[in-house]
Design a protein around this ligand. Structure first.
Ligand code: GAR
Length: 192
């Protein structure tokens, strides 16, 4: 049976687009819905171009407990949630409705450079400022605490002394595009 997934994203959505394309012809996993908290997020354009329905829920909908989000997830028969650059705290009601069925990707080797306020380019700037010799990606389950859920997979890449935050971002994005769809597939099908 096909497992329906929803992607939550706040920004550009390059990972969301990559994941949608990866599962386009899949018989086991279907990206049924994209949800964003920003009506101008570019991820919405990507979803439209790739013919995936999208819904926007603004700040107050999340802060008031996410009942409307949950209703839409039920409507689309969503069984698994993938966060891809989603910058809002997922309400407890959704966490409880999807135990071990929500995963996130963070653009560093957690616990390094994680936590509140650490997202996107801020992470790569911190990695360069700390003169790290490696960074990478962490794919993990989410729980009530930012970036602290059980780690599913980490993949590292080198950071060279001359690398700028942009260089680091490019390396990390390449890892994200290669690994995130495959790990999603493994985890979703494993839960069958
Ligand atoms: C990705 O690099 C993702 O790992 C990061 O935001 C970027 C979104 O890019 N997520 C976080 O920092 C979460 N703390 P995208 O919108 O192009 O997919």
């Amino acid at each position: 049976m096909t497992k329906n997934i929803a992607i939550f994203a706040s920004g550009s959505g390059s990972n969301a687009g990559n994941i949608i394309r990866y599962f386009m012809d899949s018989k086991t996993v279907s990206v049924r819905l994209v949800i964003s908290n920003r009506s101008k997020a570019f991820v919405l354009e990507r979803a439209k171009a790739l013919q995936v329905p999208s819904e926007v829920f603004l700040c107050e909908e999340w802060e008031s407990g996410g009942a409307n989000v949950l209703a839409v997830l039920k409507k689309y028969d969503i069984g698994f949630i993938v966060l891809a650059g989603f910058l809002v705290r997922v309400p407890d009601a959704i966490l409880h409705a999807y135990p071990n069925k929500i995963i996130n990707i963070h653009p560093s080797l957690l616990p390094k450079h994680g936590g509140k306020g650490m997202y996107g380019d801020y992470v790569h700037e911190a990695v360069v400022a700390a003169a790290e010799t490696e960074t990478g990606i962490t794919i993990h389950y989410i729980n009530e605490c930012y970036d602290e859920g059980k780690v599913i997979r980490q993949v590292a890449c080198p950071v060279l002394p001359a690398d700028t935050p942009k260089d680091v971002a490019n390396k990390v994005h390449a890892l994200e595009y290669e690994y995130y769809p495959r790990v999603i597939e493994e985890i979703v099908l494993q839960g069958e």
